[in-house]
Design a protein around this ligand. Structure first.
Ligand SMILES: O=C1O[C@H](COP(=O)(O)O)[C@@H](O)[C@H](O)[C@H]1O
Length: 314
């Protein structure tokens, strides 16, 4: 399992005159020519006055050493373009390697940032039939309720791409929070048995190919909130909460052992309202309590996608 090890991140800002084809490019327009999962550096796609420093990153607790990347974009639009490219490349990699791509969605602002996947070239080029879609957390409400993460994803993403209906794993909204969590965990166990879902050799928990996660302004991820005992759950795959500090109160959520057994995680964060939590997550804020987002540490690679407002305190 990924744990806190020393970082080998480097921040390279290459002046235009000395750029070579293999150096990371600081660009407002062009996308990288190499797959993002092969890059071991921080890309700054912005004119931030104080760019992120490698030393700031080194002090982030619980991070996965050289497996961490940070991308900062001048706008949410540029972030969405690169997020689509990153996701499409991972989809291709896993579809080739294992014949399936297991993608986990969060709710919230993440869904809007996936919009470029519904456009050319990706809407036609991605092997959507290989996708299997899950939720890292869900509110215990009917699927057509305004608070439903399924409805949000369906309206903004799933209704626009040809993923087979049978490959979309929504919660059973007829059950209680506890029942829905148990039912979702049972569903995951069946998918491990039939080989759709991989298992982590390190942790024994299911190993999703990619989790696309958002973060709340308080540093929560999934429905794992600061100071809540669910953050420390070590056994269950899926659990439930009835006292969520953010409405609605009843939710189900993946636990950290499952989140951190995934191969890749994209942490997608926009807006100045989240800059304080981003600052804390990178270890240079004043807050001393560990935020849930600081515990995110996938097995293969964590990539932060930040717009310049979210990165403004780094
Ligand atoms: O309640 C939730 O909030 C987080 C963050 O949402 P955002 O709108 O601030 O991006 C989200 O990731 C989670 O899935 C959702 O249930």
């Amino acid at each position: 399992m990924a744990s806190a090890v020393s970082l080998s991140l480097s921040l390279r800002i290459i002046p235009p005159s000395s750029r070579t084809s293999h150096a990371p490019v600081i660009s407002h327009r062009s996308a990288p020519r190499v797959p993002p999962h092969s890059i071991k550096s921080i890309r700054i796609r912005t004119n931030l006055k104080s760019p992120i420093s490698a030393s700031a990153l080194k002090s982030t607790p619980g991070m996965a050493g050289e497996k961490k990347k940070v991308e900062v974009f001048d706008s949410e639009e540029l972030l969405a373009v690169q997020l689509a490219k990153y996701t499409a490349e991972l989809s291709e990699k896993f579809a080739k390697e294992r014949g399936a791509f297991t993608a986990v969605l969060s709710g919230g602002s993440l869904i809007n940032s996936l919009r470029k996947l519904c456009e050319a070239p990706y809407v036609d080029s991605v092997e959507w039939a290989k996708w299997h879609v899950f939720w890292v957390d869900e509110r215990v409400v009917p699927k057509d309720h305004e608070d439903s993460n399924y409805k949000l994803a369906y309206d903004g993403f799933l209704s626009k791409v040809p993923i087979p209906t049978g490959n979309v794993y929504a919660i059973n909204d007829a059950l209680s929070a506890e029942g829905a969590a148990d039912d979702y965990e049972t569903c995951l166990k069946h998918l491990v048995t039939n080989g759709v879902l991989a298992t982590s050799k390190t942790s024994g928990f299911p190993k999703f190919d990619l989790m696309l996660l958002g973060m709340g302004p308080d540093g929560h991820v999934a429905s794992l909130f600061p100071g809540h005992p669910l953050v420390n759950e070590k056994e269950k795959w899926v659990t439930f909460i009835k006292d969520s500090p953010k409405p609605p109160p009843e939710r189900i959520t993946f636990t950290f052992p499952v989140i951190n057994s995934s191969a890749y995680i994209a942490m997608v964060v926009n807006g100045a309202g989240k800059s304080g939590a981003v600052q804390t997550a990178f270890g240079n804020g004043e807050k001393s309590d560990t935020l849930p987002v600081q515990l995110v540490s996938p097995e293969d690679e964590l990539t932060w996608f930040l717009d310049k407002d979210a990165a403004s305190k780094l």
